[in-house]
Ligand binder design. Structure first.
Ligand code: DX5
Ligand code: ZN
Length: 218
């Protein structure tokens, strides 16, 4: 099943509530990037933002932690209203401990890998997570171009996780290039600039879904 996940990082920060209301009926989840200025050279949304937005929308909150010490913050984001919590395999915290903590809080767990991380690294965790996130850019900023080296990882990850789990892709994705990602095995499509910087984000989300579905049958 194709799922569309608009990335809040590209939304108009002065109108976050309106931006979410505009896309929520055209998307399966809202992708929320959390950056700490250490794991990546940028700072974005924190716990209070997630908690505040939880009051205005029931959409699934897909929280992508790009932070040095996820173990310290997983519970806070879970309590703030995250539904899916994704941690990076490159973070120094113990990956198994992070996944266990997320699951013990009743949330879905995801594991993310950067474009240059060998896909085999996720093998030992594949059974314990609901989603794998293959970054298609190096994390930290929206609006970057897709890293082609990431694409060859997608079929390898699909093979590792099997056909039923979610395989998310994130970074540089638009209606024009999403079909090939789906054809390679991805099914959860994150897009920030492609949706929130489009003239009409709800139309852009619907077009992205249509384009992604074309990849399923190609
Ligand atoms: C990058 C973030 C992405 C980002 C994608 O570090 O993880 O979620 O918002 O933005 P676009 O779609 O603009 O590349
Ligand atoms: Zn992200």
């Amino acid at each position: 099943m194709i799922k569309i996940a608009p990335s809040l990082l590209a939304a108009d920060i002065s109108r976050l509530g309106e931006e979410i209301r505009a896309i929520q009926s055209h998307a399966e989840m809202l992708h929320i990037d959390v950056m700490d200025g250490h794991f990546v050279p940028n700072i974005s949304f924190g716990v209070p933002v997630v908690a505040g937005l939880r009051n205005i929308s029931d959409i699934i909150f897909d929280v992508h932690l790009m932070i040095e010490n996820p173990l310290l913050y997983i519970e806070k984001f879970a309590k703030a209203g995250a539904d899916i919590i994704t941690i990076h395999i490159e973070s120094p915290d113990n990956t198994k401990d992070c996944i266990s903590l997320i699951k013990s809080l009743g949330k879905k767990a995801g594991i993310a890998l950067n474009p240059n991380t060998p896909p085999e690294k996720i093998e030992e965790f594949a059974h314990d997570v609901e989603m794998v996130l293959q970054m298609t850019v190096f994390p930290g900023f929206g609006g970057q171009s897709m890293e082609e080296q990431a694409l060859e990882n997608i079929p390898k990850i699909r093979k590792i996780i099997g056909k039923d789990k979610d395989l998310q892709v994130d970074g540089g994705i638009y209606a024009e290039n999403c079909a090939k990602l789906v054809a390679l095995g991805a099914n959860v499509i994150v897009s920030g600039t492609g949706i929130f910087r489009a003239p009409d984000p709800s139309v852009a989300a619907a077009e992205l879904k249509k384009a992604a579905m074309a990849g399923m049958i190609s």
